[in-house]
Design a binder for this molecule. Sequence first.
Ligand code: DAH
Length: 442
Amino acid sequence: MLIHFRGATARHHHFMAVAISLVQSTLFSKPSIFLRRNALNGFSFSIPFSSSSAQKIQSHKWRQPVVSVLELGGVEIGKDDVVRDDPTNNVPDEIFSKLGMQLHRRDQHPIGILKNAIYDYFDANYSNKFDKFDDLCPIVSTKENFDDVLVPPDHISRSYNDTYYIDPQTVLRCHTSAHQAELLRRGHTHFLVTGDVYRRDSIDSTHYPVFHQMEGVRVFLPGDWEASGMDGTSYAAEDLKKCLEGLARHLFGDVEMRWIDTYFPFTNPSFELEIYFQEKWLEVLGCGVTEQEILKKSGKTDNVAWAFGLGLERLAMVLFGIPDIRLFWSTDERFTSQFSKGQLGVKFKPFSKYPPCYKDMSFWINESFTENNLCEVVRGVAGDLVEEVQLIDNFTNKKGMTSQCYRIAYRSMERSLTDEEINELQWNVREQVQSKLKVVLR
Ligand code: DAH
């Protein structure tokens, strides 16, 4: 179904996602996985647990029902299209429940407010020349997500440990770059793509398996750079830096910035922009001059282009002073009522701090154990009540067996948790970690 519509779904259909209940969660983008050049992954198709069994956990009172059909970018998506009890599928229920949320399309939500502020910058500086896409379907082929943007066959981002696979050829996009090639092919030369992206990851206050990115692409014609006396690549790189420095000032005011040379499969040269904010250098985006091969394959032979991708949560946490990424998913009025359309950077006032509760668990790991798999199990049980999962001890005995101890922090953003509730969560976590990950509890 929707999978066959992929690629044909691009332009706004203005269909509202049939939004579902808000299952709370957190999220956030981390330094780009695409920085790790040709990292080996050596993963096999057997993932150590099947996703759908994670869904059969008891329904707790803070969980709301998950709808089974939603509409995205004009495509109807059934739960069965996304979540299947099959070893080539690693999408849990929890992730399906995020698919129709579209926080970036809500004008009163920090993510939507930020998207609109970036739109304003581009509209003002490029007289509305940038085409904007914000409801492209997040279900894409591995070709779109990886091959079309030259991600090498052995790149770590392709592993089942890092990406949500629906089947071996279909994933939940792990970056908005998945839409670059298709939009270029369709003739767009200036565009912004905003969307929810999905990555399997560890758990802490800035990481969440769903977050939002904005991609920007601008294509130049020979006439654009010839008069400057520069070659196309240098011209595009200079234009890119000017554009993004202007954007950073538009969002942050007069900040200190620096450019870092880096690597992405899709661009050359490639850069990261960091800004100095509250005494720290903060990576805000990746960008570069698009690889010629991408342009050529999209039917553009005499052109040069630049592209960038930025993580909206990271910027929004800084701009609005939001301390935990899970808050973006909160439906608590004490959160949602603090933001209004067009108001960028109004500082969030924490409504109260509930204490965290820590629980440790130790086990002997096996070869297929990964922290991402552990985190998925913990989220499957505790949802957004888990704030952090941290490795606190790791040793290997004389027989070569490795033991790890993880500390789980439970905390609600909205209320106090009872001891009873936490003990029950921890009990379920222990049980599921044992049965799904086949580790031996100590
Ligand atoms: N896709 C990259 C990521 O998710 C971000 C990015 C970097 C996008 C460079 C770009 C780019 O378009 O040119 O980490």
